[in-house]
Design a binder for this molecule. Structure first.
Ligand code: B12
Ligand code: SF4
Length: 456
């Protein structure tokens, strides 16, 4: 029996920080590590492979954004007599929907349950639904990165040390559905780091944790391990962590090259309305400067279309951020994912349509834009086109390439002795801004043709 793990991409455009990251689908490798040897396995990853279905059973991982695309593949495969198993965050949140497109679904974290699913599969007794549970640290096994062979990911050395998050932002699904905050045993993490060093000796480590440093004691142990291993790394941090000078110093001395920080909005009322209390009253510009002093680049993650956003506010945001020395700005239109409190709120007000991810969009948008710029909700101060316009405009202005941006990147990296990383960042920034400029021209033309939608 041949089981194929499949990672489908929502959209292959690289308009944000994905211009510097393309990483292996590690969650599927977690399952591969506990798949019985009696089953032959393979991987199809749309990021690197042509999507061809050669096998008997297909196990797809699913996020909301591309659920419709996966369901179409699943329906075709089942019509051709193949078996389909679906799992991942979207299946966990919308199990009834997923069951209509699968022979079996698995909700929640799956590695403790996966051997049972495989045994049922081999015995021809697959059940319709399996309910996973948060994996306890004692059952966490090292990811085997040989699963990805020599696929050319931009950031192949992707790993995670923790699961879950101690915050509860209202737009976030994973922190609510995927169990409490847990930490991977350090010896398991060390084995992964060793394997990654052997497979990709020159690659920096990319931590994909929701909140790697949520537990300071564990965080200190991880940083100590990275220092001992002399591994360079990047990770996400929360804004309060970025503002903790001592923590950032510790990170720098442990080999941190850069952090992505969930700023979301520079306006406190927006952060409060999203339950992002840890972002309120934070000296963001000063924290970025201090991180830069330590040799750490900062990528700011921002959302466009938060409740208090208005055109005036976004113009002010642009002026404010132009004074903050971030190496990259990653702007995304707000997404309203099922399972989040925000989704329930918007649904009850009629501002989002149940099932938007299946193409039932409540609003008309510029369909020539890549999927990640589509708009799925109604905003009180913006039309969808205006949200797209502002996202592209802010990207174009904030990620603008000029002598100052180059000098800044090189200066930060000189302190961290990592000019190669600066070059990666700059080339990503240049690609992002070029795409934003081209798409913005098209949006402006479309808006000019639509007299009812003024630009601002
Ligand atoms: C790393 C990461 C990425 C990486 C890599 C993703 C990957 N394929 O590995 C990158 C940057 C590429 C990425 C991209 C995107 N991501 Co992302 N990502 C994450 C993140 C931070 C960690 C994922 C992870 O490794 N978790 C650890 C593993 C062990 O847990 P897990 O993924 O839940 O997997 C377990 C179970 O879900 C289950 N499982 C998972 N898949 C399958 C499949 C089968 C067959 C079975 C049986 C079980 C199963 O078993 C696993 C082991 O226990 C999560 C947040 C999170 N904590 O989950 C967001 C998250 C999954 N991403 C999210 C989003 C929105 C995206 C994008 C759509 C963003 C965008 N607009 O482009 C893209 C889509 C990518 C695509 N395929 O098109 C959202 C999804 C929300 C939703 N409701 O759908 C999340 C939850 C973040 C959030 N808080 O909102 N992402
Ligand atoms: S800090 Fe990040 S991972 Fe944690 S709840 Fe908020 S958005 Fe989700």
């Amino acid at each position: 029996m041949k089981l194929v793990f499949v990672n489908i991409m929502h959209d292959l455009h690289r308009l944000d920080s994905t211009a510097i990251i393309s990483q292996p689908p590690v969650p599927l490798a977690v399952l591969y590590a506990v798949t019985p040897k009696a089953i032959e396995t393979a991987l199809v990853d749309e990021q690197t492979d042509e999507v061809r279905f050669d096998g008997d059973v297909f196990a797809f991982t699913l996020a909301t954004e591309y659920a419709g695309k996966v369901y179409r593949y699943a329906d075709d495969l089942r019509a051709a007599g193949k078996k389909v198993i679906l799992g991942g965050i979207h299946v966990t949140v919308c199990p009834e929907e997923a069951m209509r497109h699968a022979d079996a679904i698995v909700t929640g974290e799956a590695e403790t349950l996966w051997p049972t699913v495989c045994a049922d599969l081999l015995a021809g007794k697959l059940k319709e639904r399996y309910t996973g549970s948060p994996t306890p640290p004692s059952r966490m096994v090292p990811v085997d990165y040989r699963f990805f062979a020599d696929r050319p990911y931009l950031t192949p050395a992707s790993l995670f040390a923790t699961r879950g998050c101690n915050h509860r932002c209202s737009f976030c699904v994973s922190s609510r559905y995927m169990g409490p905050f847990r930490t991977k045993p350090l010896d398991v993490l060390e084995r992964e780091i060793n394997q990654l060093r052997d497979l990709y000796p020159t690659a920096f480590l990319q931590f994909t944790d929701d909140n790697l440093l949520a537990d300071r004691d564990y965080g200190a142990e991880v940083l100590g391990l990275l220092r001992r291993k002399r591994r360079r790394f990047v990770t996400m941090v929360t804004l309060d962590q970025l503002c903790d000078g001592a923590l950032m110093q510790e990170m720098a001395s442990s080999g941190c090259l850069g952090v992505a920080v969930g700023v979301e909005s520079v306006d406190d009322d927006n952060c409060l309305s999203m339950g992002k209390h840890h972002n309120v009253h934070r000296p963001f510009p000063e924290a970025v400067r201090q991180a830069n002093e330590q040799g750490i680049h900062v990528c700011a993650l921002l959302m466009v279309g938060l409740p208090h956003d208005t055109p005036e506010r976004l113009a002010r945001t642009q002026r404010y951020l132009e004074q903050v020395p971030c190496s990259l700005y990653d702007l995304r239109i707000l997404r309203i994912y099922p399972g989040s409190p925000l989704y329930d709120q918007m649904l009850s007000r009629g501002n989002v349509t149940n099932g938007w991810w299946l193409g039932k969009e409540p609003v008309s948008t510029n369909h020539f834009l890549p999927g990640r710029l589509q708009v799925h909700f109604k905003h009180s101060h913006f039309s969808p086109m205006q949200l797209q316009y502002w996202t592209l405009k802010l990207t174009r202005e904030l990620d603008r390439m000029n002598g100052g941006a180059v000098a800044h990147a090189l200066r930060v990296s000189r302190r961290g002795d990592a000019t190669k990383f600066a070059a990666i960042l700059l080339s990503a920034r240049s690609r992002i801004v070029k795409q934003a400029r081209t798409l913005l021209d098209r949006v402006e033309q479309a808006m000019a043709a639509d007299a009812e939608t003024p630009l601002v």
